[in-house]
Design a binder for this molecule. Sequence first.
Ligand SMILES: Cc1cc2nc3c(=O)[nH]c(=O)nc-3n(C[C@H](O)[C@H](O)[C@H](O)COP(=O)(O)OP(=O)(O)OC[C@H]3O[C@@H](n4cnc5c(N)ncnc54)[C@H](O)[C@@H]3O)c2cc1C
Length: 451
Amino acid sequence: MDRDFDLIVVGGGSGGLAGAFRAAAHGARVALLEPGELGGTCVNVGCVPKKAMWLAADLAHKLAIAKQVGFDLPDALPALDWPAFIAFRQRYIANIHQSYLRRLDEAGIALMPVRGRLAGNGTVACDNGVGLRAGQILLATGGHPWRPDIPGAGLGIDSDGFFALAAPPSRVAVIGGGYIAVELGAVLQALGSRVTLYVRGERLLNGFDADIAAQLAEDMRQQGIRLEFGQQLRGLAGAPGAVAVRGGDGREGDVFDSVIFATGRRPNTGGLGLGQAGVALDGRGHVEVDPFQRTSADGIHAVGDVTGQLALTPVAIAAARRLMDRLFGGQANARLDYEDVPTVVFSHPPVGVVGLTEEAARRRHGDAVTVYRSGFRPMLNALADVPQRSLFKVVCVGEEQRVAGIHLLGEAADEMLQGFAVALKRGITLADLHATVAIHPTSAEEVVLVS
Ligand SMILES: Cc1cc2nc3c(=O)[nH]c(=O)nc-3n(C[C@H](O)[C@H](O)[C@H](O)COP(=O)(O)OP(=O)(O)OC[C@H]3O[C@@H](n4cnc5c(N)ncnc54)[C@H](O)[C@@H]3O)c2cc1C
């Protein structure tokens, strides 16, 4: 049986759902294929459960500070009832699923709980035997966690496994130094685990500002997290629940209840019939797209993590919406501008970043770069005599001192950044920051007062 649509969306995660809704709003007849839970990585094993865990960890930090400034709390601070919290988290996620189902129904989108494969000439073969045909196809199949091919790798878990934990492990090794490693490690430490981070390189958060990464490493050490840099792991040994990590020297090292790989992600391109359909991959195995999200095959487009572009939910959403505005909304030039996308690392404290790092700005603009920084203790930390400091950096370029990068590590950086990202995108200068009256007493005022 073949059924005709204007658009077939393969994958019901951040990008796929956004594309389906926007196309339907423009009047297109849309089919959406999703064999798993609606919402994909972000809703089920990414941003949403991660932020829930971060919020719990943040409360744990606040409890410790509350005790320090005089709240009558027991010496052994109350621990999180992990299963109870997970139930709250999953209820929240179940509500999101329900809301998507309702909205899909209202938008008249045909949801099919099946896996799809390109079958040529605008058709998609579903794994239930149904064939679908459409003028346009959107690939939004996302990615999956990847772990290195080392002996015993199966003894570890990955970020998907972290979200399935029924109880917090007491001793944890997190393998990796990227944002997911930092976030999961910091959450577990705050909630009572003893965490060691094994990092292959000599720093955290490659690609982020080096000073911010160094300050974050210092903050993590103050929280009791052990950071092991320069660790090229040889393998894992033992049994689940007692896993030994074998370091670069080949000796079996410390034993952990749980080892979590946060060693990167790979695009979901397998079994999609890409080669047969003429969809080219880039050197890293992602679906290659042009600035308009077009693949090398006519009528086939791709957005989100399956492409090599910025792997962030709002990026997948924005790219999909612009694409549908172009395909079905009469906006011939609509496309996402991938420059100056703000992003946050939900560490403790969080890191917020938009624009060029100091290193990237100097590579691009040489001596025309001026960097302003502010290092300080946020008020609550100072009141409680907690050593953790904030570090803000503003990177400016040229005689007019255009603000090209803002890098914030500190309390509330996650909520602070969005407004400054608008300003940076609008091309503000240092003089514009200085012309803005500060809000006192806040951490945010340090951004407009940098000198
Ligand atoms: C631990 C973690 C934390 C994260 N935190 C953040 C964060 O704080 N902020 C942020 O912006 N981003 C975050 N991300 C990244 C974010 O989750 C992704 O960038 C986003 O989900 C990408 O959306 P997508 O639509 O490309 O893919 P996905 O959301 O992964 O959706 C792809 C969907 O396609 C389906 N699919 C796959 N193959 C097929 C097929 N053949 N047929 C039909 N369907 C198929 C899958 O089942 C899946 O549901 C995080 C990711 C992880 C892993």
